[in-house]
Design a protein around this ligand. Structure first.
Ligand SMILES: [Zn+2]
Length: 493
């Protein structure tokens, strides 16, 4: 792992950020409602304090802004900061992480947060921000968002996906990442900006991370981060990560996700003349499996269609490819039944499913060796965490975080739908795998689900409303006291 203490591109006041100590002596460090200008922690700390060198200029401005609640002009500024982030091209497979991190470091400095850039894989920076709490020994809150986005096909968009065009008539901001999930990352920062301006100080440490590579599996992002000593030092009690937009009035919240099983099934059989009817050909063997899998798929899908189960509660089965035939330069040999055939399948499994039974079914019914069939996992996500329990976060009052979260959304005027299982994968799984509770939540109501789609957009009003929701959520989580959660730190009180 490489720790980078300065952003990649030269920025205007970095020389000052790196040597904040001389300035600190003159600062009112006893004031809790001012930015932490000091580099926190003991010697060797790599935290970079915000705005050290600009203190004299910015302090009066900061004090002035304390009085300013969200006004039309500050709303417009928040929207334009969101647009600026959306315009940074962080699309896979060649995301400009350096530009995103440089922009976010500037934002963090302006908000008054301490920053560290960690690099667990070369060229893939993870930005870690800290808002120190009054009682840093308490388990902390970690607010996660990924900086990368999926690619787009600009020709199929009404407005260029990197333009972040604000359509004045509809109030929609069109951009790749407007829902998934640059909105959330900026909403965290805007909410914290408001809270700090209002003089609020958290009890717990609040950490905000901007992580790379979620859209390609997070292996060189959050997966490496959760295994690091830097992560352990954060003493994380709860993670907030991404959810999905909701076309209705209610926000969606996710407490678990389905695990991917990507597998190939291969069939072998005697080759034969294309005119001959005989048993045990590779294609016949494979098609029998495909038919059985399709029946299973239909049964699962029917449960969703009838409303009996939510999308995340069933096993989904989708065919990714079919491969067979004997190629010629212009196509395939037509009068020959091939000796091998193969199908690729994407299966997603909710944590409630008995996976041993499913795998038995795979071996006995969908890829039986009795029909010369084999199967191979390309990816086999576990539905269990490292302790052997289903990898899900409890979303009822037996989890002390849940009522606090639920109530804080309601207090800000939001409605929460019934907690759901996320139908696909997010980085939240890496936290749940090691037993840390994580909720997936992106406050976007009255919004069609357009992640990874053409014309992805979020309306300005929903974006601003979401900032208010996070203000309430962060405030509640940051000050929540609970013996169950804080047991370890009780001795220190
Ligand atoms: Zn996402």
């Amino acid at each position: 792992m490489i720790t980078v203490s300065a952003p990649v591109a030269p920025r205007r006041h970095h020389h000052q950020l790196q040597s904040p100590t001389p300035v600190s002596a003159a600062l009112p460090t006893h004031r809790h409602d001012l930015p932490p200008f000091l580099v926190r922690g003991s010697e060797g700390s790599m935290w970079i304090a915000p705005m050290a060198g600009l203190t004299k200029i910015l302090l009066p401005l900061l004090l002035l802004s304390v009085a300013a609640a969200a006004s039309p002009s500050s709303d417009a500024e928040a929207v334009s900061r969101f647009q600026e982030y959306l315009r940074i091209d962080t699309a896979q497979p060649t995301p400009d992480y350096a530009a995103a991190v440089a922009f976010l470091r500037d934002q963090a400095a302006a908000v008054g947060l301490e920053a560290r850039t960690l690099e667990f894989a070369a060229g893939k920076p993870l930005l870690l921000l800290r808002w120190p709490g009054r009682r840093p020994s308490l388990p902390s809150i970690l607010l996660n968002s990924h900086t990368d986005v999926v690619p787009s096909e600009p020709k199929k968009w009404e407005h260029a996906p990197l333009s972040a065009t604000l359509d004045e008539a509809s109030g929609r901001i069109y951009a790749r990442g407007s829902q998934d999930m640059k909105c959330v990352g900026m909403q965290y920062l805007e909410a914290i900006r408001h809270l700090r301006n209002a003089g609020f100080v958290p009890d717990r440490n609040i950490y905000i991370i901007f992580v790379p590579d979620e859209e390609i599996g997070g292996h060189e992002g959050v997966e490496l981060f959760v295994a690091s000593k830097e992560f352990k030092e954060l003493n994380v009690g709860l993670v907030l990560d991404e959810g999905l937009a909701s076309p209705g009035e209610e926000y969606r919240v996710f407490y678990a996700e389905r695990s991917p099983w990507w597998l190939t099934i291969k069939a072998k059989g005697a080759p034969g003349h294309g005119a001959k009817l005989y048993d045990g050909s590779a294609m016949e063997n494979l098609m029998k499996s495909v038919e059985a899998l399709r029946r299973f798929r239909t049964a699962q899908f029917d449960l969703v269609k009838s409303g009996e189960k939510a999308e995340g509660d069933v096993v989904s089965v989708n065919f990714a490819y079919l491969k067979a035939g004997t190629p010629t330069p212009t196509g395939f040999v037509m009068n020959l039944q091939p000796s091998e055939a193969e199908v690729g399948i994407d299966i997603r499994i909710p944590p409630s499913v008995h996976t041993e039974a499913l795998e038995k079914r795979l071996a006995e019914e969908w890829a039986p060796s009795s029909r010369n069939m084999t199967f191979e996992f390309k990816q086999k996500g576990s539905v269990l965490d490292k302790l052997g329990k289903p990898a899900m976060t409890i979303a009822d009052s037996s989890n002390p975080w849940w009522p606090v979260f639920e109530e804080s959304v309601r207090r800000a005027g939001g409605k929460l739908g019934k907690p759901e299982i996320f139908p696909a994968s997010t980085d939240a799984r890496y936290f749940r795998e090691i037993g840390i509770p994580a909720f997936g939540f992106s406050p976007m109501a009255n919004t069609p689900v357009l992640l990874h789609d053409h014309n992805e957009f979020l309306s300005k009003d929903e974006y601003l409303k979401g900032i208010g929701i996070y203000e309430s959520v962060i405030k509640a989580l940051a000050t929540h006291k609970d013996d169950g959660i804080d047991e370890e730190s009780r001795a220190e009180l």
